[in-house]
Design a protein around this ligand. Structure first.
Ligand SMILES: Cc1cc2nc3c(=O)[nH]c(=O)nc-3n(C[C@H](O)[C@H](O)[C@H](O)COP(=O)(O)O)c2cc1C
Length: 198
């Protein structure tokens, strides 16, 4: 289901930047493994400091035994809409890396920044294939750490819920009213020429 196109840009950009959005109503249909592989492939090619590629993903498809432990990380609000999704991904970042196979481990100071780039690549690829990826920070990171036995240098960043956008009528009233692409503040309030505003 395509979203109403309420988004207008002030400057020309590639359409996918405004066409991508984060729905909460999903069809619940099965997502092909080939689609998931393409999403992770897109994330793979994100830029990162020292090409350290600090992003890691733990994923599951709906209806499989692996779904429950990932879905259970989400808070109650997010579980409410994510239950009709097709796949779920725990996004992790690794805060150490080796510059070469025989080099010592060193801090990856930009692990969160770089993992953000990878998630956006995944989301844009999902959109390009007719799917949607909705990030959620409303999840239990401590539980993720213990349930997935994460090493100390691997950090839960978000849970990404993937599905094909569905009928907003399937949502409760409050969410149905919000089930449309939102806006952004103007570029003039974000990008400053030469100095940060007082
Ligand atoms: C890191 C991150 C955390 C988010 N957490 C939640 C969340 O817990 N629940 C939710 O419904 N949406 C969540 N969102 C979705 C945002 O609300 C959404 O991306 C934002 O409103 C912009 O809308 P758009 O993605 O449709 O363009 C999150 C998005 C990001 C990037």
């Amino acid at each position: 289901m395509s979203a109403p196109s309420a988004r207008k840009t002030d400057h020309p950009i590639l359409p996918l930047f405004v066409e991508r959005w984060s729905p909460r109503a999903f069809t619940g249909e099965t997502i092909p493994d080939t689609v998931l592989a393409s999403l992770f492939e897109a994330a793979r090619w994100a830029p990162s400091a020292y090409n350290s590629q600090p992003w890691r993903f733990v994923w599951a498809k709906a209806g499989t035994p692996e779904w429950g432990p990932l879905f259970g990380l989400l808070n109650e609000f997010n579980q409410g809409w994510a239950r009709s999704a097709s796949a779920i991904v725990l996004v992790l970042s690794k805060s150490t890396f080796r510059a070469a196979p025989d080099a010592p481990e060193q801090a990856a100071g930009h692990h969160a920044f770089d993992t953000g780039a990878a998630w956006v690549s995944l989301a844009l690829q999902a959109h390009a294939l007719g799917w949607s990826a909705h990030a959620a920070a409303g999840f239990d990171a401590d539980r993720a750490r213990s349930e997935f036995a994460l090493p100390a240098d691997v950090h839960p960043q978000a849970v990404v819920v993937i599905g094909r956008a569905g009928d907003p009528a399937s949502l409760p009233d409050a969410l149905r009213a919000r089930e449309t692409p939102n806006g952004r503040r103007p570029v003039t309030e974000t990008a400053f020429h030469g100095r940060y505003p007082a």
